[in-house]
Design a protein. Structure first.
Length: 289
């Protein structure tokens, strides 16, 4: 697992942060899943590489992960490390295919017409990963599938609100065109980084949709599976606090400093999540306050 662990550690992402609460075997399994996700996302996001070359590279990843899912030896080193995890937890190719379709959307779509289009993207790049993670975490109640879908959409919408400036620098606007029109915000304003009361109202509306999914996730997670979802719940807590911090800054992400949680804030959330896990608490740490 050395390559998967190294890539996960190097990323220092909020997602990888949550693995600390898992036992070693599941932590390694999640590192292998995360490494795959990181690798294909990097392929899609490498703007210096021609689009057609990235499309071919993603298809190569699709063929290789299919080999792993079919109990054949993959060619890529990350997938070779991942293959035993795929076999152990019976991870289905269909979900990897959804994730790769999401990556391919980033090659084709620089704009999203409405929430239906955007939420399909969120499902593919985030909820599909959540559904794969479920199989590693282990669960009893199939309602966990809906939980993973809702939480994935909540996390991705939070990411989108945080990354508006960075995405605009690459010519991408994930905020739905219908919502821009509704709040009288032009594409040029976003691409130029012009913050306004109109943009605040737009972002506030998108945040409300994210909150809706956080609340659905909180309500849908069965009490008997809350303990096994400790890492997912920590992710929910971290991204919920990030959303609240964006709110406190009135969603003005166009400044020099990127809005993010501090290391002490993240450590406090880890401790709270561990304490809830250790005491058997079934209360969620997001979706409120």
């Amino acid at each position: 697992m050395e390559h998967s662990r190294a890539l996960t550690k190097k990323s220092a992402s909020n997602l990888a942060l949550a693995f600390i609460l898992l036992p070693r075997e599941k932590r390694d399994a999640m590192s292998a899943l995360y490494a795959f996700c990181r690798a294909v996302d990097d392929v899609a996001d490498e703007d210096s590489v021609p689009t057609e070359k990235r499309r071919i590279d993603l298809e190569a990843w699709r063929a290789d992960i299919r080999r792993a899912c079919d109990n054949k030896k993959p060619e890529f080193i990350l997938n070779q490390e991942f293959a035993p995890v795929i076999r152990q937890y019976k991870l289905p190719f269909a979900l990897f295919d959804e994730l790769l379709k999401g990556c391919e959307m980033d090659l084709e779509n620089l704009r999203y017409a409405d929430y239906d289009e955007l939420e399909l993207y969120c499902y593919r790049v985030a909820s599909a990963v959540g559904l794969l993670s479920l199989e590693i975490f282990g669960y009893k109640n199939p309602a966990c599938h809906d939980y993973a879908i809702y939480l994935g959409k909540a996390l991705q919408l939070t990411n989108i609100l945080r990354d508006v400036k960075n995405d605009a620098a690459r010519g991408r606007i994930y905020l739905p065109q219908a919502e821009l029109k509704k709040f009288h915000v032009s594409e040029k304003e976003i691409l130029d980084g012009n913050y306004s009361q109109k943009y605040f109202s737009l972002a506030q509306s998108v945040a409300a949709r994210a909150k809706h999914f956080y609340l659905l996730a909180q309500k849908t997670l069965p009490p008997e599976d809350r303990q096994s979802m400790v890492a997912a719940e920590l992710m929910g807590s971290v991204y919920w606090r990030l959303l609240r911090k964006l709110e406190a800054e009135k969603f003005n992400v166009f400044g020099e400093a990127r809005i993010k949680l501090s290391k002490p804030q993240k450590l406090a959330l880890i401790f709270k999540s561990w304490l809830r896990h250790a005491t058997g608490s079934t209360a969620a740490n997001y979706g409120k306050g």
